[in-house]
Design a protein around this ligand. Sequence first.
Ligand code: KG4
Ligand code: ZN
Length: 361
Amino acid sequence: MDGQLTFLGIESSCDDTGAAIVRHQPGKAAEILSNVVASQTELHAAFGGVVPEIAARAHVEKLDLMIEAALMQAGLQLADVDGIAVTAGPGLIGGVLAGVMAAKGLAAATGLPLVGVNHLAGHALTPRLTDALCFPYLMLLVSGGHCQFLRVEGADSFSRLGGTIDDAPGEAFDKTAKLLGLPQPGGPSVEAEARRGDAARFAFPRPLLDRPGCDLSFSGLKTALMRARDGVVAEKGGLTRADRADLCAGFQVAVRDVLAEKSRRALLACPGISGFAVAGGVAANQSLRAALENVAAQAGVAFLAPPLALCTDNAAMIAFAGMERFREGARDDLTLSARPRWPLDNKAPALIGSGKRGAKA
Ligand code: KG4
Ligand code: ZN
């Protein structure tokens, strides 16, 4: 499979309905011909988190439209593509099922090959889509649902060095925003407040730094933030803008410090890699990016952070990961099933915990 391939990608594992067309020729940069996404943020806003039933229904409504839009923007028809890649897990099962059914329907109607893609593999292979990064490399995946260090050795070969044992960092940002009355998604609003704040005013813990290895924990930080907030409220009767900013700054620095130190350890455990890449919505955080870049520079390793639209959930990464697997001979048929849980590294012990965005993998 050395020739040029054009794939349709479909993503619906959480609260974004995405479709994309990606073209790739080995040895050349991949071309994203289209990459459309319908976000459900507003649908879930009133509930303070993603409601699986609402998400699944919205995916069913939007999938056809997104697929049509992706083809139209690419100036192609289904007959022009070589295969269909779809997220088959892990994620909220109703949404994953909606995407898998849509992809199966198209594959059955056109006879096109079908490839089921692990959503996490989509994220983990993104530096190959954007920068043609060579295997092996280290990936830190930090989003609202996931947090793990992966040594990426091939399109279907991953070793997990560590991950969160409870909440994902994006979840912790979102909960922090909720506790402080800031808008969702929490990451950008907490980051904006933190810019004005004094990170030294509140002493937040740095969970699991006292233990060896690359596992992480974020739920204690959320509790510490709640206590600090309650302390201020008890003392002054409420929170001022400055109190909020200081709480956000202290929280963000704690998350940053933990991720930076664990990244340093992961890099030490990964000699001979071609780079250190980050992906997931939390990778948008400027303070975190700067800290990780610094850690990579100290280890003498190239640092890669894909553009934001490719860091967060999108179908271009699914199309690309599908092509990579297709080139290695992967094919699925109409028996492809949707999987709520699907660890990338089967050898690693299961991570504990299941956040609001579904089961951790
Ligand atoms: O990857 P993503 O779009 O969706 C999944 O979770 O799969 O990530 C969304 C998460 C949210 O929790 C959001 O609060 C967080 O990424 N996020 C950020 C920032 N921008 C988005 N967290 C910290 N700083 C940011 N600037
Ligand atoms: Zn994701």
